[in-house]
Write a protein that binds this ligand. Structure first.
Ligand code: G6P
Length: 612
C-alpha cells in the first residue's frame, strides 16, 4: 500500500527520501515519485514502476535541496502511470502533496473546482485534494495551516498527507485514519507512514494522533492544529525498534526469514503472560475488563485476510474453552450491514498492521453501538491499537513479507491465551487442565523448530507440484481455517488458484474438480476427526487425485494411501493450527520460488490495505 515520506532539515532531502522509499519496498506499490524544493522551485520526478527503474529514470542529475516529499503509490484512483504518480501540484504550482489513503467525495469536490476554473492533469483524488486546499486558501486568505484545517473538514475519507508550499521553508503533515510518524532530529524532521524511514536518523518520534495537522519548521516550535480544534501538545517518544530489524539475516526472502522466526516470535508473544506451574494466564487487557468480559453475551471478531483466518481459529478456541458464543465477520461485510450488536457484546478486531481501513471502519461501527472494543495488533501505536478500549499486542516483531506468517501464529497464541483466561474466569477449566495446556504451549516453539527441519523435504515436494494450476486444501475443526490459510498463502505468492475447504464439504462441489492434475493438501493430524479425514483422502485417491498429507509422526495409515506425507510432532488438538500451518507456509514459499515469483512483493498485493 502507498507510503509517504517527507524531509526538512540540513541533509540532502533526496537521499533521505530514497532511503525511506527503499524501506517501503515491501509494502507493495506500482509507482514512485519525489518533489525536492530549492529556491522556490519544485524538482519533481515521478514514474510508474519499481524504485530501481525510477532511480534509473532520474539518472545522474539528482534533485538538490533540503526539503522534499516522496511517495510509493499503490493505485486506487486512476491506473499506474507517470501522470497519476505522486507528488501532485496545485494549479498555481505553489503547493505539492503526497497522499496515502482515499478521498471519498473527490468527485463532488472536483465538480465544484472545475466550475471555478481549476484544471486537472491526472485522474487522482489527490490532485483534487491539493486544489481544494488551494481553493480554500485563495478564497479566504487564510494561512496554509488554517486552509488545510478548513479544507479537510469538507473532505470525506481516511488518509495521511504531507504538503509543501513552494514559498516557505516548512512542511505540513496531516493524519486522518492512516498512521503518520514524525521523526524529530537535530534541526530536522522526517515524516513517514511508519518509523522505518526514520530510525536511521533519530529515535525521537511523535506518533501523530487522529486529525492532527502539523506545521514543521526546523529550529522553531512545532505548530499543531486539530481538525476538530482540540488543543494539542506534541509528545515526543523514544522509538523502541532496533536498527537491524529489517535485514534478511542471510535468508533469501523476508517471508522465509519470518517463517523461521516463528519459534522466537511465539515465545515473545506469550512471555510474561503465563505461568504453567502456577497455572495462570494474564493478558492485561482481559484482566482490566474482567467484569465486562465475564458478562459478555457474545464475542464478534472483525478482521481481513490472514487475520480473519486467525479469527476463525479464535472462534474454535473460545467456544471450545470459554464457552462464549462467537461470530467471525469479514470487517468489510460487517461495516456495510446493520449488524445486531450492543453494549453487552465484545468486538475483537484482529489486525497485524493495525491500519486496515475496513477493520477500522468496523470498529467505529461497533463502538457507535456501544460494544467493548478489544484490539489484537502487531504494530505498536497503530490506529487500531489507539482506538480500542483494551487490547493485546502480539509482539511478532516487524513483518515485512507481504504474505503474513509469524503474525498469524502469534495472533493464534494471543487468542489461545484469551480463551484460556476467559475459561478460567468463567470456571470452565480446572487448574490442572490449565497447567497441562500451558505446558504444552511452551513446547510449541520447539515443535515448530522440528517442523522447520523438514524444509528440504517440503522443497522437494514443492518442486514436483510447482507447475500445477489448481490446488485444493482440506481440513476439519481447528484445521479448517488452516486449509483456508494454506490456500491463501499459495495463491498470494505463487499465483496458483487454490481453494480451502472443510474436508466434508468436498463432496458438495470441489470433488468434481479432482483428477490427476489437481493436487490436494490434507491436514490429517491425529485429532477427533482423524477417521473422517482418512475417508476424505480415500475419496480423493479414488478419483486419481494426488494427496499431500500433513500427519503426525508415526502415522502409518495415511502413509499407505497418500502420495506424500509430511510428519509433524503431535500436540493437543487446540494447538494443531500452530503446527499444521508451518508446512503449508513452507510449501507455498517453495512453490513460488520454483515458479520464479517475487515472494516478498507479490503482484497487486500490499502489506496493509488502507483503502476500503
Ligand atoms: C493484506 C495483507 C494480508 C493481511 C491483510 C489484513 O491483504 O496482504 O497479509 O492478512 O491485509 O491485514 P491486517 O494488517 O489487518 O492484519
Amino acid at each position: 500500500m502507498s507510503g509517504i515520506v517527507g524531509y526538512i532539515g540540513k541533509k540532502d532531502a533526496y537521499a533521505v527520501l530514497i532511503h525511506g522509499l527503499n524501506r517501503f519496498e515491501f509494502r507493495g506499490y506500482d509507482s514512485i515519485g519525489t518533489a525536492v524544493l530549492a529556491a522556490n522551485e519544485f524538482q519533481i520526478h515521478k514514474h510508474a514502476g519499481r524504485l530501481a527503474a525510477y532511480k534509473e529514470a532520474v539518472g545522474e542529475n539528482l534533485p538538490k535541496g533540503n526539503i522534499g516529499i516522496g511517495h510509493s503509490r499503490w493505485a486506487t484512483h486512476g491506473i499506474a502511470n507517470d501522470i497519476n504518480a505522486h507528488p501532485h501540484v496545485s494549479n498555481s504550482g505553489r503547493l505539492a502533496i503526497v497522499h496515502k489513503g482515499i478521498v471519498e467525495n473527490h468527485a463532488s469536490l472536483k465538480e465544484q473546482l472545475l466550475k471555478e476554473g481549476f484544471e486537472f492533469k491526472s485522474e487522482t483524488d489527490t490532485e483534487v485534494l491539493i486544489n481544494w486546499i488551494e481553493h480554500i486558501r485563495n478564497a479566504n486568505g487564510y494561512n496554509l495551516l488554517e486552509s488545510i484545517q478548513i479544507a479537510l473538514n469538507q473532505v470525506v475519507g481516511a488518509y495521511s498527507l504531507i504538503i509543501l508550499d513552494r514559498d516557505e521553508e516548512a512542511m505540513y503533515a496531516v493524519r486522518k485514519g492512516a498512521q503518520l510518524v514524525i521523526g524529530v532530529g537535530e534541526d530536522e524532521y522526517i515524516v513517514a507512514t511508519d518509523s522505518t524511514p526514520i530510525n536511521a536518523y533519530t529515535d525521537q518520534v511523535i506518533n501523530m494522533e487522529e486529525e492532527d495537522v502539523y506545521r514543521l519548521v526546523p529550529g522553531k516550535e512545532v505548530q499543531v492544529l486539530n481538525l476538530k480544534n482540540i488543543e494539542k501538545t506534541p509528545v515526543i517518544e523514544k522509538l523502541e525498534e532496533a536498527l537491524d530489524i529489517i535485514e534478511k539475516d542471510g535468508f533469501a526472502h523476508f517471508m522465509l526469514k519470518e517463517i523461521y522466526e516463528q519459534p522466537k516470535a511465539i515465545v515473545d508473544s506469550y512471555r510474561g503472560r503465563l505461568n504453567a506451574t502456577e497455572a495462570w494466564v494474564r493478558l492485561g487487557g482481559i484482566t482490566e475488563y474482567r467484569n465486562k468480559l465475564n458478562k459478555a453475551s457474545r464475542i464478534i471478531f472483525g478482521a481481513c485476510g490472514t487475520s480473519w483466518h486467525a479469527a476463525l481459529v479464535g472462534e474454535y478456541l473460545i467456544e471450545e474453552m470459554a464457552r462464549i458464543p462467537v461470530e467471525v465477520e469479514y470487517a468489510s461485510e460487517f461495516r456495510y450491514r446493520n449488524p445486531i450488536i450492543g453494549s453487552e457484546d465484545v468486538f475483537v478486531a484482529i489486525s497485524q498492521s493495525g491500519e486496515t481501513a475496513d477493520t477500522i471502519a468496523a470498529i467505529e461501527l461497533a463502538k457507535e453501538k456501544q460494544a467493548l472494543i478489544y484490539g489484537i495488533c502487531n504494530t505498536v501505536g497503530s490506529t487500531i491499537s489507539r482506538m480500542s478500549h483494551a487490547g493485546s499486542y502480539i509482539h511478532a516483531g516487524q513483518e515485512i513479507g507481504i504474505a503474513s506468517t509469524k503474525a498469524f501464529t502469534t495472533q493464534v497464541v494471543i487468542l489461545t491465551l484469551m480463551a484460556l483466561q476467559l475459561a478460567d474466569y468463567r470456571g470452565h477449566i480446572s487448574k490442572s487442565q490449565l497447567s497441562t495446556i500451558l505446558s504444552e504451549l511452551e513446547r510449541i516453539p520447539d515443535k515448530i523448530k522440528e517442523i522447520l527441519k523438514l524444509d528440504d523435504r517440503i522443497k522437494a515436494i514443492a518442486k514436483e507440484y510447482h507447475e500445477a494450476n489448481n490446488f485444493l486444501f482440506l481440513g476439519r475443526g481447528a484445521n479448517y481455517p488452516i486449509a483456508l490459510e494454506g490456500a491463501l498463502k499459495l495463491k498470494e505468492i505463487s499465483y496458483i488458484h487454490a481453494e480451502g475447504y472443510p474436508a466434508a464439504e468436498m463432496k458438495h462441489g470441489p470433488i468434481a474438480l479432482i483428477d490427476e492434475d489437481m493436487p490436494t493438501v490434507v491436514l490429517a493430524t491425529n485429532d477427533s476427526a482423524y477417521d473422517k479425514i482418512v475417508s476424505n483422502i480415500q475419496e480423493v485417491k479414488a478419483r486419481k487425485g494426488r494427496v499431500i498429507a500433513i500427519v503426525n509422526e508415526g502415522d502409518t495409515v495415511i502413509k499407505d494411501i497418500a502420495d506424500h506425507t509430511i510428519e509433524i510432532p503431535a500436540t493437543l488438538e487446540i494447538f494443531a493450527p500452530l503446527l499444521t500451518v508451518v508446512p503449508l507456509q513452507l510449501l507455498a514459499y517453495h512453490i513460488a520460488v520454483w515458479r520464479g515469483a517475487d515472494v516478498d512483493s507479490p503482484r497487486n498485493l500490499t502489506k496493509s490495505v488502507t483503502v476500503e
